[in-house]
Design a protein. Structure first.
Length: 133
């Protein structure tokens, strides 16, 4: 994650990202505005500003399409969630360990089983978890 990039999303940013993830392709500001305006009162310029902010955070990529920009997520929802979790765990090894223990204490038995399966799959594949910088 670059120093400029911040994975944390505000409420409207999350709504827009949810729309982009579900869209199945790149979207113009007009496309996003039209979809959102059906469910909530929102200004076109607000959508444009939020998409620009998401591009600056490197959460969406944009490309020119005539006079308009087309936006699409830079990564999938799961990858972003993992990045947010990784950031939240902290950089210091002690903080990271404590956060992982606290997290493990809060998961349901079903979630714990999923975590065990995921860890086993990573281990079986011979992948080593990357180290924190």
């Amino acid at each position: 994650m670059s120093k400029r990039r911040q994975a944390r999303l505000g409420d409207l940013e999350r709504v827009i990202m949810d729309h982009l993830w579900g869209a199945g392709g790149s979207q113009t500001v007009r496309d996003v505005y039209t979809a959102l305006a059906e469910r909530r009162e929102i200004a076109y310029t607000t959508v444009m500003t939020v998409l620009d902010r998401l591009a600056k955070k490197e959460l969406v990529v944009r490309e020119r399409d005539g006079r308009a920009w087309r936006y699409q997520p830079a990564q999938g929802r799961d990858a972003l969630a993992a990045e947010i979790m990784d950031t939240a765990l902290g950089v210091d090894a002690g903080e990271r360990s404590a956060a992982l223990v606290a997290f493990a204490d809060r998961v349901t038995p079903e979630e714990a089983a999923l975590l065990r399966e995921a860890l086993a799959a990573v281990e079986a594949a011979g992948d080593k978890p990357r180290t924190k910088r």
